[in-house]
Design a protein around this ligand. Structure first.
Ligand code: PMP
Length: 394
């Protein structure tokens, strides 16, 4: 008899099985150019400097680096994160800061601490797929808030916070994935005002906050009055490397105290060696200068993608012009399904991410996300040309 495992819930894959299979096959198939994934450019990682930092930590502080530490994170790194945030207008006291294993763990801890089954969660639509997944595990009632290049549907936010006694919102004001847009200062001010007036709490995902092609952006948490209402989630993954798995949460002290306990329960602490290497890197190198070197390269890649889209897409296809982040968000005519296009596109030698998974509630099929971050301009041009051909053949 087949064993029936006592799963507490059934976790579905991100994409339908057929799409998962296609994307997996594309990853190993010779000659397929991938615009899927949204990975930072691996040619931009400061490998030599990080190798030196790792080596230095092991040589000079080996015992400490290989030992357990406290859940809140490595002290000097916490100071460095606080200083970085101060430069972006966020004043952080040490009892408001927790180091996490990437922003993803930050979202997981916050979801577990703040959401009960059936609670209302205001969530941008579309939004970051793995946020939908991690909040989804708590079984909240997801209330979609339309978000695109033109901003966030503030009327929907207002309706939600007015109608609920307490509400939680998950937003990416200063760098939204997948649209590649940031909210205006006025929209940020309204959000802080609404959250204060209606006792709402905002989880701000600032993962892409520093990947800005036009002007630097301040997080929502830096706006006056946001300290008690906005919980900031950040990461080194986009600006430096996701490989070390270091992120953080900034929250009011009472929330942070709970998060520290929960973090200890979840995984005791973020890995010591990675935190110490990162701290050593930050001591010797200027992260701002590194980001300033990366941004023109990402901008070049974005421009290559925008230019080839203009050359190769049929007239009825629309796309965003990202001012931040790693991807362009594409809208096909409603009658076309991204999944059907994917099968053809892989045959033609290009892969991308179908957009349905980025929607928390209704899942329209006619969207795709194309990432430019981890490809050269030449390859991007070729990939988009292939995509254009596949679309015309559909
Ligand atoms: N938030 C957003 C919007 C992201 O795109 C990502 C990574 N793709 C994360 C959070 C998680 O990042 P990490 O765990 O690597 O810090």
């Amino acid at each position: 008899m087949a064993v029936r495992f006592p799963f507490t819930q059934w976790i579905s894959p991100r994409q339908p099985p057929e799409v998962e299979r296609l994307l997996k096959s594309a990853a190993t198939r010779e000659g397929v150019l991938s615009l899927a994934g949204g990975l930072p450019g691996e040619d931009l990682f400061p490998r030599a400097a990080l190798a030196e930092a790792l080596e230095e930590v092991m040589r000079e502080h080996g015992r400490e680096a290989l030992q357990y530490q406290w859940p809140e994170g490595y002290g000097p790194l916490r100071e460095q994160v606080a200083a970085m945030l101060r430069d972006r207008g966020v004043e952080v006291a040490q009892d408001e800061l927790l180091i996490t294993s990437g922003a993803q763990q930050a979202l997981d801890l916050l979801a577990r601490l703040l959401l009960r089954p059936g609670d209302a969660l205001g969530i941008e639509s579309p939004t970051y797929v793995a946020a939908i997944e991690v909040f989804g595990l708590q079984r909240p009632r997801m209330v979609p808030l339309a978000r695109g290049e033109d901003g966030l549907d503030l009327a929907a936010v207002r309706a939600l916070v007015r109608g609920a006694e307490k509400s939680l919102l998950y937003l990416a004001p200063a760098g939204h994935n997948p649209s590649g847009s940031s909210l205006s200062a006025e929209a940020c001010e309204s959000l802080v005002e609404l959250s204060r007036a209606h006792d709402a709490l905002v989880i701000e995902d600032d993962a892409y906050g520093r990947i800005q092609f036009e002007a630097p952006r301040r997080p929502l948490r830096s706006y006056p009055g946001a300290e008690e209402r906005v919980i900031l989630v950040g990461t080194f993954s986009k600006a430096l490397t996701p490989g070390l798995r270091v992120g953080w949460i900034v929250a009011p002290p009472a929330v942070t105290a709970q998060l520290v306990l929960l973090k200890g329960i979840a995984d005791l602490q973020t890995n010591t060696l990675g935190q110490m290497a990162l701290s050593s890197y930050l001591e010797r190198h200027d992260l701002d200068a590194h980001v300033a070197r990366c941004l023109p390269r990402y901008r070049e890649r974005r421009d290559a993608m925008l230019q080839s889209l203009a050359e190769h897409m049929p007239a009825e296809v629309r796309w965003t012009r990202p001012t931040c982040g790693f991807s362009v968000w594409v809208t096909l005519p409603e009658a076309l399904a991204a999944e059907a296009l994917l099968a053809r596109a892989i045959e033609a030698g290009v892969a991308f991410e179908p957009g349905a998974a980025f929607f928390p509630v209704e899942t329209p099929r006619n969207y795709l996300r194309l990432s430019f971050s981890n490809q050269t301009p030449d390859r991007i041009a070729e990939a988009v040309a292939r995509l254009g051909k596949s679309l015309r053949a559909l």
